[in-house]
Design a protein around this ligand. Structure first.
Ligand code: F6P
Length: 545
């Protein structure tokens, strides 16, 4: 796939944007009485209201045309059937296989049916989770496990942590699941204060088993275990691992039977559905983990079968391209109006930004479009008291996804109605804004004299015409959370396909790692650093003092 800027639909969109850019969304509602129905779609437990967008039916059909011209249907089929679309690592991209193993017979990678390995691993996970949660698994003093500490970073941390938190209402009593990610010793130090070596199991999650932070923390955990009275011969009772590099895990001292496999056709940021998701399964039980997989599977089916005009990942994907390439949006905000889902943006950040933060096309030539936006956000209503000011009156054009359940897990007074009212009204305020006229009238009504009204009114103007999507589901359950994350996985894929980039490698993180090793050596040894830039030399000097 080359750059899309030569495609007929791209050219048409450029012209179309010229006529649309000064149109107010409120006018679009007046012009199409069926706008809400025309700009809504439902699939896999979610409903998307995309009517508050800077788009007409013509816009949507041109954007869908662009996706078609970019080969979206062919690309979707290629991904799902295991074609090595990750072309720089010559790998298939089959996180979707992780949730299909109970629904499909086979998916072949190099002649090998990967679904057998997925099914076997799920079985192994199930047995492990049962052993831990029923108390059958005993530590070195014959006590049951009360705490699991998952050691991992990036995709080996964010997905599991965010989903485990999102599914707090489904947590099984009696087992605490903790996460350690950062090489900052404070991370593991704080967690080790909470646990007892006799009743703790460490789960080392690392696809490569070569990530500096994870190895440092795994060694620190083992050191702590021994210092606290554990013995080398008991390591197998308190350490397990998830990795595609079994040899390294065994070399670390993990018993072979405690190693859960993962595969190179699953990217780290797409791996929570694999044994990397063990912290989720340990927290909410295997049945709920299967529900999570099923929700994602439902979204996979929707993505593959729904007509493009009513396809949630496709619509969200093409609207993101529309704003990034034709409205110069630099970022995209995710605002879940759900306390348990408050960390969702952190996972979608890695999913989207590590996938589409690229600058070359599949053939290595420079892109001629934008690529992945900055993803940020946080729970509503909290954001309303933090950064919504910028969304409403700032100088930047930032599209927003509002995400909300219709029902709460905790019906206290009318909190949920208030929460939902805020979600809807924030989306409404971004669109309708407040004119200078309205601001003046309000101030006059409040009794200010005309001079004060003239002075203050401009500060109260809200530009409006700022777009947002609203995603609704009945309730945040394992299935709907699974479907939501799969939705964003596929949205990311739609955008990468249109931009013509490889969304599945991450070469950009290599340089930092290599330089980090060199700097570490210069911090810890007497070295001549005059080959370095002055800033780095100075920072090393300050640290070494
Ligand atoms: O350095 C980036 C990265 O490779 C991510 O893609 C990955 O999720 C993370 O580091 C952790 O990698 P691993 O699971 O191999 O420890």
């Amino acid at each position: 796939m080359s750059s899309p800027t030569k495609l007929p639909a791209w050219q048409a969109l450029q012209a179309h944007q010229q006529e649309l850019k000064n149109k107010n969304m409120l006018t679009l509602f007046k012009q199409d009485k069926n706008r809400v129905e025309d700009f809504s779609c439902t699939g896999a437990l979610w409903t998307l209201d995309f009517s508050k967008n800077r788009a007409t039916q013509q816009t949507i059909s041109l954007l869908i045309q662009l996706a078609k011209e970019a080969g979206i249907t062919k690309s979707i089929n290629a991904m799902f059937n295991g074609t090595p679309i990750n072309n720089t690592e010559n790998r298939a991209v089959l996180h979707t296989a992780l949730r299909a193993s109970h629904k499909k017979e086979s998916i072949l990678v190099d002649g090998n049916n990967v679904l057998n390995e997925v099914r076997n691993t799920l079985k192994k996970m199930h047995a492990f989770v049962d052993q831990i949660t029923t108390g059958a698994w005993k530590g070195y003093t014959n006590k049951t496990i009360t705490d699991v500490v998952s050691i991992g970073i990036g995709g080996s941390y964010l997905g599991p942590k965010v989903v485990k938190e999102a599914l707090t209402p489904y947590a099984q009593a009696g087992l605490n699941v903790h996460f350690v990610a950062n090489i900052d010793g404070s991370d593991i130090a704080e967690k080790l204060k909470l646990v007892n070596p006799e009743t703790t199991l460490f789960l080392i999650s690392s696809k490569s088993f070569g990530t500096l932070e994870t190895l440092y923390n795994a060694n620190a955990a083992r050191q702590w275990f021994i210092e606290q009275g554990g013995e080398e011969k008991s390591i197998h009772k308190h350490f397990a691992a998830v990795s595609s590099n079994v040899d390294k895990a065994v070399a670390f001292g993990i018993a072979q039977e405690n190693i859960f496999p993962m595969w190179d056709w699953v990217g780290g940021r797409y791996s929570l559905w694999s044994a990397i998701g063990l912290p989720i399964a340990l927290s909410v039980g295997m049945e709920n983990f299967y529900q999570l997989l099923d929700g994602a599977y439902q979204m996979d089916q929707h993505f593959q079968t729904a007509e493009l005009e009513k396809n949630l990942p496709v619509i969200m994907g093409v609207l993101g391209v529309w704003y990034s390439d034709f409205f110069d949006s630099q970022s995209h905000a995710l605002i879940p109006y759900d306390h348990y889902l408050r960390a969702l943006p952190a996972h979608i950040q890695q999913l989207d930004m590590e996938s589409n933060g690229k600058s070359v096309l599949l053939d290595g030539s420079p892109v001629t479009t934008t690529t992945g936006p900055v993803i940020w956000g946080g729970a509503g209503t909290n954001g309303q008291h933090a950064y919504h000011q910028l969304l409403h009156q700032g100088s930047r054009f930032i599209p927003v996804d509002f995400i909300a359940p219709l029902k709460t897990h905790n019906p206290i007074a009318d909190h949920h109605a208030q929460l939902f009212a805020n979600c809807v009204s924030q989306s409404q305020a971004l669109m309708v804004g407040k004119t200078l006229e309205q601001a003046k009238n309000e101030l006059e009504q409040s009794g200010l004299d005309s001079e004060e009204v003239e002075k203050l009114a401009p500060h109260k103007v809200i530009q409006g015409n700022r777009p947002s999507n609203t995603l609704l589901t009945e309730k945040m359950t394992p299935a709907s959370v699974g479907a939501l994350i799969a939705l964003y996985e596929h949205k990311t894929f739609v955008q990468g396909t249109i931009w013509g980039i490889n969304s599945f490698d991450q070469w950009g993180v290599e340089l930092g790692k290599v330089l980090g090793t060199d700097i570490y050596n210069r911090l810890t040894e007497e070295t001549d650093n005059r080959d370095l830039d002055e800033s780095t030399q100075n920072l090393i000097r300050i640290f070494r003092k």
